[in-house]
Design a protein around this ligand. Structure first.
Ligand code: OFO
Length: 169
């Protein structure tokens, strides 16, 4: 595996690990606020990000590179509102999408079509994750500060009505 590709994949490993940590912090915050549905959704999302990281780790090692397990920064502990959480989540996903696109670009420049093919899975995943975050945010904006609406929103997430589909992985 070319050094530039290995470095780009290792950078992505760190991004996926940070995403997992970030969503874990959000999940924990939601749990302490009694938002059990939201917490469940975010714990699940955190697990998915860990899976994204592992998939990269295995790919790098299987192709003769060395996956680097990174140190992680401490994510924020406090969040103002649910809307605030999902805004940060969408913003974060948009950054990850940019980084995946950059990875695609590097694969093409280096003519590494195997890695390019592998990375396509992440391209579709990002599309889904951004769309999901936007749907959730739209719902939250519609609900505003209506307590009954927020209760139903949290229950919907608990029932996984709009949660990511683990089977899709
Ligand atoms: Fe790994 O998909 Fe989100 O960040």
């Amino acid at each position: 595996m070319k050094e530039r590709i290995e470095k780009a994949l290792n950078d992505q490993i760190k991004k996926e690990a940070s995403s997992s940590q970030f969503y874990l912090a959000m999940a924990s915050w939601a749990e302490t606020k009694g938002l059990n549905g939201t917490a469940k959704f975010l714990y699940q999302h955190s697990d998915e990000e860990r899976f994204h990281m592992l998939k990269l780790v295995k790919f790098v090692n299987e192709r003769g590179g060395n996956a680097l397990i990174p140190a992680l920064e401490k994510p924020p502990v406090n969040y103002e509102t649910l809307e605030n959480i999902f805004e940060s989540l969408l913003e974060h996903e948009m950054e990850v999408t940019e980084s995946i696109n950059n990875l695609v670009d590097i694969c093409l420049q280096e003519k590494d079509y195997t890695t390019h093919n592998f990375v396509q899975w992440y391209v579709s995943e990002q599309l889904e994750e951004e769309a999901l975050a936007r749907t959730i945010l739209d719902k939250l904006r519609m609900i505003g500060s209506d307590k009954g609406g927020l209760y139903l929103f949290d229950r919907d997430l608990e029932n996984s009505a709009i949660s990511p589909d683990p089977a899709a992985q």
